[in-house]
Design a protein around this ligand. Structure first.
Ligand code: MLT
Length: 330
């Protein structure tokens, strides 16, 4: 995937002017004065990318500046987070990340950033249900059959994910732990490309967010076994929950939020939060999210405080589970 160099960066190089780059001297009161880059830590065409593009349009309208989406794949989202952590805190580089922000510190002992110390939070976006899905011609028809099949064929079954630190990897880990198997994992730069291979029959099954799988389950291009949330999902009413189908320990929601480097001024964060609120109240965003099996978070969750609380709570939740599993990303 070719990375796009934001026009602002080119302007920085040619004009050699910090103000033109929205750099350290930029006036927060005037923000935003130029294009903003939203950094997506996974491949284009996948669930995080989809959510980002849906909110970017109304946020761009509200902020009065273009928003460019940049996909920075690698190491389960940690490459992108490390990139944004090292940027100027001028509000022109915004990271969107999900539950992986809370699992990275325990998965990557040498992580070069701290999710809590190197970022300011902007607000939560959505909490997306996951689905357990398989290639259309995979033998098991139900989650119960999948469990039995995987137990019997653990040495040949392949499990796709978006790398260590991805939500798909975390959900897959919970499935392996619940069944008591260690499967061959096939990592991708995102579940966008993983889903393409699943549809093509190159891998057997995976976990993925409804924002990536709802349409393919509905069309029959892939097989859906269950949703990983306590409640069924309106867009996929026939799919049982994992608890209903016998895997109650496989429960995970993929919460997303926006982050900026920690030295970003509160004034800039407030403007981004306000624009995010407007975007999440946009009827087109609400309808598109619903078609994809999700919804914007409640308005009182679109705040830095709510997102920081969520991040802290999720770090506390996942750290002992990941440490007990012995899984590391390097
Ligand atoms: C994940 O598994 O973390 C996501 O599905 C990544 C993505 O957006 O591709």
């Amino acid at each position: 995937m070719q990375r796009r160099i934001p026009l602002t960066s080119l302007a920085c190089l040619t004009l050699l002017s910090l103000a033109a780059c929205g750099g350290g001297d930029a006036d927060p009161a005037a923000y935003p004065e130029s294009e903003i880059t939203f950094v997506v830590p996974f491949a284009a065409g996948g669930p995080t990318d989809t959510v980002t593009r849906l909110i970017a349009e109304p946020m761009s309208k509200e902020l009065g500046q273009q928003i460019v989406v940049q996909n920075v794949e690698g190491a389960g989202g940690t490459v992108a987070a490390g990139q944004v952590a090292g940027e100027d805190g001028d509000g022109y580089q915004v990271l969107i990340h999900h539950i992986g922000m809370s699992t990275a510190p325990s998965l990557y002992p040498d992580l070069d950033y701290s999710p809590l110390e190197d970022f300011k939070t902007v607000g939560l976006v959505t909490d997306v249900p996951m689905t357990i899905v398989a290639r259309a011609d995979f033998e098991p028809e139900t989650l119960e059959e999948l469990v039995a099949y995987v137990e019997e064929n653990a040495d040949t079954v392949t499990l796709a994910n978006a790398g260590t630190g991805a939500a798909s990897q975390l959900c897959g880990l919970l499935i392996e732990e619940a069944i008591g198997v260690d499967l061959t994992e096939v990592p991708y730069d995102g579940t966008g490309p993983a889903l393409t291979d699943l549809v093509g029959g190159q891998v057997d099954f995976m976990c993925d967010q409804t924002t990536n799988t709802a349409a393919q389950i509905q069309s029959g291009d892939i097989k859906g076994y269950a949703v990983t949330t306590p409640e069924r999902v309106e867009a996929l009413p026939d799919l049982p929950t994992t608890a209903e189908a016998g895997l109650p320990d496989v429960e995970v929601g993929v919460w997303h939020g926006l982050y900026v480097p920690s030295e970003t001024s509160d004034e800039v964060v407030e403007k981004l939060t306000a624009a995010l609120k407007v975007a999440l109240a946009d009827q087109n965003v609400i309808d598109s999210f619903a078609d994809l099996g999700t919804a914007p978070v409640a308005e009182d969750q679109v705040t830095p405080e709510a997102q920081t609380a969520k991040l802290e709570e999720q770090i506390d939740l996942w750290t002992p589970i990941i440490e007990a599993s012995g899984v590391t990303g390097g």
